[in-house]
Design a protein around this ligand. Structure first.
Ligand SMILES: [Zn+2]
Length: 308
């Protein structure tokens, strides 16, 4: 997701100005938190970074915005003097891949096939309504040079670090990253803590797909697993469960109105998501989430990237 203030930019309509160019990152500091085992979390601006740190080096998950790359590097150097070996992108959004060009000089970027395609092509991300962002085509040096279709495992630091593709969740190129020995999972933006999630319908995402993916993953997780959400603080399985419950309930509430023939405006006026208003945020408000579910229900066409 992008920070709330960037939503305003999006509403100012397709200026094509990337957030990295307009935002000032000078005061952003990178906070390092040990999660469990050999896994750390780095927070600055943009999506949470995961890092497996050990005898073989560092495996980085996501790399925030381009102007923060050197600060992120310095924070990693503060944990270990070992090199960055691989970087995994959980999806194609700028706040998770901005440092690609910088970090790919040290090790290959790995991502699902669709991350590379979307970074290469550019397009419009959003909920096919009031939330919209221009995703500019990225230079070759920023594109993942290793891509996969279903899953891939990196055997480093005594850990089988597995990136598993989640079809059509937050986008159509999502991966969830498992660190089984450390008992940590980086959820990408399929699980966020800023309230209702941003689901990038324009980027092949789907609320239904997000629910299905999470319902498949949850039973496989140990009760004491530590979750790195795409945005927000380290979470546990109960946090994820209540998030999925909210997704199911809000989907059902909007779907019910839709089946009764209500328009999007009526659903907003009737405040059908009022019982879940604590999830309404600056970025994705109740109205924006109603709109997301509604647009998915009506099958508004997004820009689908063909899956290999
Ligand atoms: Zn995102």
């Amino acid at each position: 997701m992008w920070k709330p203030r960037l939503l305003l930019m999006a509403l100012l309509a397709g200026g094509g100005v990337s957030s990295a160019q307009t935002r000032n990152y000078d005061n952003v500091q990178i906070k390092v938190t040990k999660v469990a085992g050999s896994v750390y979390m780095l927070q600055g601006a943009g999506g949470n970074i995961g890092a497996s740190v050990g005898e073989d080096g560092i495996v980085v998950v996501d790399d925030q915005y381009a102007p923060l790359a050197e600060k992120i590097q310095a924070a990693l150097t503060g944990i270990t003097d070992k090199p960055v070996r691989f970087i995994i992108n959980t999806h194609y959004h700028e706040d998770h891949v901005g440092g690609n060009e910088f970090f790919q000089k040290q090790g290959p970027i790995i991502a699902h096939d669709n991350v590379r395609k979307r970074l290469q092509q550019g397009g419009q991300a959003g909920n096919l309504g009031s939330v919209a962002f221009d995703a500019k085509p990225q230079p070759k040096a920023a594109l993942p040079i290793l891509t996969f279709d279903h899953d891939v495992t990196i055997h480093l630091n005594g850990e089988d670090i597995r990136a598993l593709h989640v079809p059509n969740g937050h986008t159509d190129g999502d991966s969830v990253i498992f660190f089984p020995k450390s008992n940590v999972v980086h959820m990408g933006d399929d699980f966020v803590r800023y309230g209702f999630p941003f689901v990038d319908l324009g980027g092949g995402g789907s609320v239904k797909g997000m629910i299905a993916a999470l319902e498949q993953i949850m039973p496989q997780l140990p009760a004491d697993v530590k979750l790195i959400p795409g945005h927000g603080d380290i979470s546990n399985l109960d946090d994820l469960r209540s998030y999925v419950t909210m997704l199911n309930q809000t989907w059902a509430a909007v779907e019910q109105g839709y089946r009764q023939g209500k328009t999007l405006d009526q659903l907003k006026q009737e405040k059908v998501l009022e019982p879940w208003k604590k999830w309404s945020g600056d970025f994705i408000s109740s109205d924006a989430f109603i709109e997301t579910i509604y647009n998915e229900l009506t099958g508004k066409p997004g820009t689908l990237v063909k899956h290999n």
